[in-house]
Design a protein around this ligand. Structure first.
Ligand SMILES: Nc1nc2c(ncn2[C@@H]2O[C@H](COP(=O)(O)OP(=O)(O)O)[C@@H](O)[C@H]2O)c(=O)[nH]1
Ligand SMILES: Nc1ncnc2c1ncn2[C@@H]1O[C@H](COP(=O)(O)OP(=O)(O)O)[C@@H](O)[C@H]1O
Length: 226
């Protein structure tokens, strides 16, 4: 069996984690997992966990570690024979330690995007709630204003992308991410990328992953010989 590959992508809200993850998943055939999406699905479905986390997300706060760990780790356990990319987890040192007890990551991508760029992007971010498809009114607008390209259903704005919640999220991100970034740096698996445009960062990430996976970007991981 081909060696499994486990990666995580870190960065403040709006740094392009979801956009870049989608490109990685598409180009390299990694399974994509997003803690934010799990959390939002739980809220929408009004599950027990969803009701518990709702007020945190609406206030732009992180969901408590034990709750998010209990939500994410079982999903990873189910994927023990897959290569994957994790978006939005771990966000705190406690989460990173819990993940370390389950598996060793091969690579961590960290995105450094200036504050002003984040603010502009998020105030312009619209999503299709049931699929998670993300639009930006200037970067990747929908074909029809306010409507999802595939279903034609209305797009919405996350409560946590609205200005009051956003400030709190950005401030909090910096404080809690630093020890996680330091940990992965000390393990020699951290790769940081800086810039204001996803399209300019992407070629570097693409080359890094091509080198790590020893494959051409358009090939799927599953088709590789052992
Ligand atoms: N203008 C602009 N918007 C971008 C760029 N990259 C991503 N976006 C948009 O910025 C918003 C945040 O990106 P997203 O991938 O959701 O970031 P995440 O919060 O880190 O997962 C979305 O509306 C994206 O479509 C870029 O290079 N320029
Ligand atoms: N690993 C995590 N730990 C704690 N809270 C989380 C985690 N992942 C997601 N959340 C919660 O879900 C919200 C949305 O997450 P996400 O979609 O990843 O946001 P963004 O992509 O805008 O950074 C976060 O603001 C936070 O409240």
């Amino acid at each position: 069996m081909a060696k499994l590959f486990r990666a995580a992508i870190m960065g403040p809200p709006g740094s392009g984690k979801g956009t870049i993850s989608e490109r990685i998943a598409h180009s390299f055939g990694l399974q994509y997992l997003s803690s934010g999406r799990f959390i939002r699905e739980g809220i929408a479905a009004k599950t027990e966990a969803g009701l518990l986390v709702r007020s945190y997300v609406e206030r732009g706060m992180l969901v408590p570690d034990p709750v998010v760990i209990r939500l994410v780790l079982p999903k990873l356990e189910q994927l023990s024979n897959h290569s994957w990319l994790l978006d939005g987890f771990p966000r705190t040192l406690a989460q990173a330690q819990a993940l370390n007890n389950l598996c060793q990551l091969d690579l961590v991508i960290s995105l450094n995007i200036p504050y002003e760029t984040l603010r502009e992007r998020l105030s312009d971010r619209w999503i299709h709630p049931s699929s998670g498809r993300v639009y930006n009114m200037s970067f990747n607008p929908p074909q029809v204003q306010g409507k999802d390209d595939v279903t034609g259903e209305p797009l919405i704005q996350h409560d946590d992308d609205k200005p009051e919640a956003l400030m709190a999220r950005l401030r909090h991100y910096k404080d809690v991410a630093k020890p996680v970034i330091d940990l992965y740096k000390s393990q020699g698996i951290l790769h940081s990328f800086s810039g204001t445009e996803t399209d300019r960062i992407w070629p570097y990430i693409n080359s890094l992953l091509s080198a790590k996976l020893h494959t051409q970007p358009s090939d799927s991981r599953q088709t590789q010989t052992p």
